[in-house]
Design a protein around this ligand. Structure first.
Ligand SMILES: [Zn+2]
Length: 422
């Protein structure tokens, strides 16, 4: 029997923590404020405790419930899956996250009236979006349980948006709970003041065996394919599923893993850089084209076509502004999709040089890419551990440079040259 936490692969400790919190939250709904005054189960008492003391959050991730949470972990560890599962458990009519009641079901399908999900599409979440969200989240829950705000990629909050959120977390409405997702609690990812008011749920990179198991059990993928995909995806559940199911995703990965063989000179290095960038652009364009078109059509329909009456000129000016806003949002989403696609390619490439390194060191560790293991082994002989490590570092430096806003083409060209020179 699986409940809402069933999809959290290899996260037993986090799941135990969330189950305790959900039980505590349910108890709180049954016996409000007065019964638990002074206890950790009481949101108001907890908020009072924090007042004037922006110190660290409680070190003990105990049994209680609190009003702000951060789910951290590497990409693919299931941060947003965990946040949604916890949200479902809080809205569950049984208070457990049974997985089959209306509360669980509507939360998981994204239709629960009291659950708001922010999925940033651009490179950052803006202040207007956050203010509107905070305002709506302050109302009493219509379902009588909790108002929940889930923020995916909270590391992409702008500073102003972060401040708007902080204000809400500092003075939380009694029934509102914030669930943030971020790669880590490093100040680059989440401001120290926000972090200090949240309880952290650390997720780990699930082991390949656990990922393979879930692909077989839930997605009906053949065990040998599941094992290969889980290893190749390096613990990223969503990526593993795509590799196992989508032939185009496999082709793109093959093209990336062909890079080390193609680097035979300066010209070839630049060609490889162009190919990698263009592949990422094509993948990103394919991923956003449908939604872009649907949004444009919806907006045009909403605005109506033409109009001749009094005020039509003013309406047209407003329409032009809205179209411009939409184009801006879409452009920002396309950029983000390109960076994500490029980053996936770089992670695959890093996996190849990591394989060469562990082979050069004769480390008793399984390779990431079993299908290019012989090529990595040839690389290990040619480059030795030191040369393999330098190449791995070149790929990781490229990721870091793009993260720090270096133009992707420039960063990738520098990486290809470094890989070729060794
Ligand atoms: Zn339920």
């Amino acid at each position: 029997m699986t409940d809402v936490f069933g999809d959290l692969v290899g996260q037993d400790e986090a799941v135990a923590m969330l189950r305790r919190a959900a039980a505590s939250a349910a108890a709180q709904l049954r016996a409000p404020v007065t019964a638990t005054a002074g206890g950790h189960d009481d949101l108001d008492a907890l908020a009072d405790e924090y007042d004037g003391d922006p110190g660290p959050a409680p070190a003990d991730p105990g049994a209680g419930m609190t009003h702000a949470w951060i789910f951290t972990g590497p990409p693919g560890s299931g941060r947003s899956v965990a946040a949604r599962a916890f949200a479902a458990a809080l809205e569950c009519v049984h208070g457990t996250g049974c997985g089959s009641c209306p509360g669980c079901h509507t939360t998981l399908t994204g239709t629960h009236a009291d659950v708001r999900l922010v999925v940033p599409e651009g490179l950052s979440i803006g202040v207007n979006e956050m203010r509107a969200l905070v305002l709506r989240a302050a109302s009493a829950p219509s379902g009588g349980r909790w108002q929940l705000v889930i923020i995916e990629d909270a590391d992409r909050l702008t500073e102003a948006a972060g401040n708007a959120l902080l204000k809400a977390i500092e003075e939380p409405p009694p029934r509102t709970v914030f669930l943030l997702c971020a790669p880590s609690t490093h100040p680059d990812d989440i401001s120290v003041t926000i972090r200090s008011r949240c309880r952290v749920v650390p997720l780990r990179q699930p082991p390949p065996a656990a990922v393979a198991e879930v692909l077989v059990r839930r997605d009906g993928i053949a065990p040998d394919v599941a094992e290969w995909a889980a290893a190749a995806a390096q613990g990223h559940v969503g990526r593993a599923r795509r590799l196992a199911r989508d032939p185009e995703a496999r082709q793109r990965r093959d093209a990336v893993l062909a890079v080390p063989r193609r680097l035979t000179g300066v010209g070839a290095a630049f060609d490889a850089a162009s190919a990698l960038i263009e592949a990422a652009e094509a993948e990103a364009a394919a991923s956003v084209v449908e939604i872009d078109e649907a949004e444009r059509t919806a907006l045009q329909t909403a605005l109506g076509a033409g109009g001749t009456g009094r005020g039509a000129a003013g309406a047209m000016r407003g329409a032009a502004g809205q179209l411009k806003d939409l184009e801006k949002r879409q452009k920002s989403r396309a950029t983000r999709a390109q960076r994500d696609a490029l980053d996936r390619a770089l992670v695959d490439l890093a996996g190849f040089y990591r394989d060469a390194l562990i082979m050069a060191l004769r480390a008793p560790v399984a390779p990431v890419h079993t299908d290019t293991a012989s090529l990595a082994s040839a690389g290990a002989q040619k480059w030795d551990a030191e040369g393999s490590l330098r190449r791995l570092e070149a790929v990781l430096e490229c990721r870091a440079a793009i993260e720090a806003n270096v133009k992707p083409r420039i960063a990738v060209e520098a990486m290809m040259l470094a890989l070729w020179r060794g």
